[in-house]
Write a protein that binds this ligand. Structure first.
Ligand SMILES: Nc1nc2c(ncn2[C@@H]2O[C@H](COP(=O)(O)OP(=O)(O)OP(=O)(O)O)[C@@H](O)[C@H]2O)c(=O)[nH]1
Ligand SMILES: [Mg+2]
Length: 481
């Protein structure tokens, strides 16, 4: 462009080489100019990179939580909220009271159902958490249980809790919707009586039903709301009135014997609050952080959660997390979220090597996790997606192994390795990693964590590392790092 300038143009004069320039001076000048151009180009490139990085940063980080039902997806999400969205968490916490109450009543009513059958001799019902080969043992010993007048009285006095459970289900808007996942010919009797929600906006809307909606889904007027509040108070009063009897039931040696014979490990099942009945059934009960993390509310559909980090280098970065329902019939919905997803946190509960799926009692839960993991790894759509694997429920695995359950009885390839947490976890980790190596369309690192996501302190540390890793990957290629 300089060439086309007129000789008397001030710019042309300013940039023209000095007159009488020696060849050495000319070479030195050209070298300086080349260096200046290189620096200028570098700056231009840096600016372009920064713009690209900012654009990338603005794009939300999308994370999908996957895994079978009860693997701990929603619990992991709760940990994210607890750590990174404190304010929303605190606003929502009290709404979980009804869910915790429902969880408690589910355990109590399960015990009462079994007690009823044992006392009237109407025989065996199978249990949701019992494992394969337990059925025959139970009936064999049932006749030796010594029930007394006290058991009959407890049964009678705790009877109103059935209605309270129904009321709570109705108030949560899910009473009419029991899981119907059992395949034809299979009974749903054994499936846990869970409470779940259909919602695309998260728990908040669900829990708000407790306050502002009636069972037909229409908005309440103030009169109805008042009536429903009274109903809630009534439920609270009945639960509080039954507190001592619930405690007696749970601590009664014959009842414990009855449950042990059925190998019903209520204390290891989802949403177990009987050990906290004193506190949870109190009239002024308000859920703690831990209670909310442990409360069980089954996810239906796909729920989207938005987090915006407000601190440090990630300020303003938006994250979208998707929590899906893990039961079989809900898995078709997953694929439509695969597009554009940055990372998947896959949860595999490794304690359940001896358990069956609630929705299909023919399928071993660990086997189901393997198949799901294989499907995720081999998906072409997800070939470039970062995979983070949580081998979850390590606390329950440890408990189970200590109680003497042998992995090799259910997983023959485990062989004669030692039946301890460390060895079993290592074995599972290798199994999952080998599968990802074998089935991933392109090689990729797999980030594996041994977790117990009800342990909020440990999980906060894990999530910190996971978050860093995902963000690093998200920004990869941009010079801002
Ligand atoms: N002891 C123990 N309990 C856990 C752990 N992870 C989850 N839970 C409990 O297991 C239950 C099920 O967990 P959720 O997070 O609801 O499972 P989910 O994967 O969201 O299940 P769906 O919504 O049905 O797909 C909850 O009551 C949790 O508190 C764990 O590591 N240890
Ligand atoms: Mg869930």
């Amino acid at each position: 462009m300089g060439r086309s300038l007129e000789v008397d143009d001030p710019l042309a004069q300013a940039i023209a080489p000095p007159p009488n320039e020696s060849p050495e001076d000319r070479e030195a000048r050209l070298s300086r100019e080349r260096e200046a151009k290189r620096i200028s180009d570098d700056i231009d490139q840096a600016l372009r990179d920064e713009r690209a990085a900012l654009k990338r940063r603005k794009k939300p980080v999308k994370v999908l939580l996957l895994g079978q039902s009860e693997s701990g997806k929603s619990t992991t999400l709760k940990n994210f909220q607890l750590t990174y969205a404190r304010k929303a968490w605190q606003e929502e916490r009290d709404s979980w009271r009804a869910v915790v109450q429902l969880n408690l009543l589910r355990s109590v009513n399960t015990i009462l159902d079994i007690l009823q059958r044992e006392m009237t001799g109407s025989g065996y019902i199978s249990s949701p958490t019992s494992s394969d080969s337990e059925d025959e043992d139970e009936q064999r010993d049932a006749t030796h249980l010594q029930f007394t007048e006290m058991h009959r009285l407890l049964k009678l006095r705790l009877a109103p809790l059935r209605r309270v459970q129904k009321d709570l289900e109705r108030r949560l808007g899910s009473g009419a919707e029991e899981p119907t996942d059992a395949p034809p010919g299979m009974t749903t009797e054994a499936a846990p009586q869970e409470f779940y929600v259909r919602s695309s906006t998260g728990w908040k809307s669900t829990l708000e039903k407790l306050k502002s909606r009636n069972s037909t889904g229409s908005r309440d007027d103030s009169h109805t709301r008042e009536w429903r509040e009274r109903e809630a108070e009534e439920s609270n009063a009945i639960i509080a009135g039954c507190r001592d009897d619930m405690r007696s039931l749970w601590h009664d040696p014959t009842i414990r014997q009855m449950l042990a014979r059925r190998k019903l490990r209520l204390e290891d099942s989802a949403g177990f609050f009987l050990d906290d009945v004193e506190r949870v059934a109190a009239i002024d009960y308000s859920p703690s952080d831990d209670d909310v993390v442990r409360a069980r509310l089954r996810t239906m559909g796909v729920q989207e959660y938005r987090f915006v980090f407000d601190k440090g280098s990630e300020a303003g970065q938006e994250w979208l997390m998707y929590d899906v329902g893990g039961t079989r019939t809900l898995r078709q919905a997953w694929a439509s979220y695969f597009d554009d997803v940055n990372a998947i946190i896959f949860l595999a509960p490794i304690n359940c090597f001896d358990e069956k799926l609630a929705e299909d009692r023919r399928v071993n839960r660990l086997e189901d996790s393997f198949l799901l993991w294989k499907a995720v790894c081999s998906s072409k759509l997800l070939a470039k997606t970062q995979l983070v694997l949580f081998l979850n429920k390590c606390d329950l695995l440890d408990k189970k192994l200590r109680s003497g359950v042998q992995v090799k009885d259910y997983v023959p390839s485990f062989g004669d390795r030692s039946n301890t947490l460390g060895t079993v976890a290592k074995y599972m980790r290798t199994k999952f990693r080998d599968m990802s190596k074998q089935y991933s369309p392109e090689s990729r690192p797999i980030y594996t964590h041994l977790t117990s996501v009800i342990d909020t302190k440990a999980t906060a540390l894990t999530l910190g590392a996971v978050r860093e890793g995902i963000l690093r990957n998200h920004l990869k290629g941009a010079s801002i790092l």
